[in-house]
Write a protein that binds this ligand. Structure first.
Ligand SMILES: Cc1cc2nc3c(=O)[nH]c(=O)nc-3n(C[C@H](O)[C@H](O)[C@H](O)COP(=O)(O)O)c2cc1C
Length: 175
């Protein structure tokens, strides 16, 4: 797929077919994700692949807003970063997550980012638990690892509505 088509086709997909993602496709996704550049080549990004439907359904409960749709995803990939190797783990992980979303498009898969880092479980309870703590009770997150997001992934027949048109020119500051 050429680059222009790839970026045009990348949209957040929140509706998935139940069809499982074959292991060789998962392998290519993680391989592509880990080619992302990293500060000082620190390779701080780590991934966790979750394809157990019950576990994914539990992950979908991490927040009371913006995560429930992932219960129907056949695949979730947790994007994490190791802060012990670089203070740029968050930036590195964000680039990796973007790479993962583009790799999904290339494989004919839909995906949507479910944010974890700093996100509350309950949006109206700022002093309450965080999505990160919720996931640590559910999954064997390696000691010291930070979690950026969970990527919900699956095949889809859904075509998202066009996004509102916005004036990109106002975001370009020319000299
Ligand atoms: C940092 C970041 C966090 C996001 N978190 C969520 C989320 O928690 N839940 C969700 O449904 N979508 C989430 N999204 C998806 C955005 O809502 C989506 O990218 C945006 O509305 C633009 O739509 P598009 O991806 O189809 O272009 C996130 C995207 C980014 C980049």
């Amino acid at each position: 797929m050429d680059f222009k088509t790839l970026i045009a086709k990348r949209r957040s997909i929140r509706k998935f077919e139940p069809q499982t993602v074959p292991q060789e496709v998962v392998d290519r996704l993680v391989e592509a994700t880990l080619t992302a550049p990293s500060s000082r080549n620190s390779h701080s990004t780590h991934l966790m692949v979750i394809d157990n439907p019950e576990l994914i359904a539990r992950m979908a409960e991490m927040r009371d807003y913006g995560s429930s749709f992932m219960k129907n995803a056949p695949l979730a990939i947790l994007v994490m970063g190791d802060p012990s190797v670089t203070d740029k783990w968050l930036v590195n992980a964000s680039i990796s997550a973007t790479m993962l979303q583009l790799a999904c498009v290339d494989e004919g898969l839909g995906s949507c980012w479910v944010h974890v880092d700093g996100s509350l479980c309950f949006k109206d309870d700022p002093e309450g638990p965080k999505a990160d703590e919720f996931l640590r009770k559910l999954l064997p997150i390696p000691e010291g690892m930070n979690i950026l997001c969970a990527m919900a992934i699956g095949y889809t027949t859904f075509t998202p509505a066009d996004l509102p048109v916005w004036d990109k020119a106002t975001h370009i500051h020319r000299l």
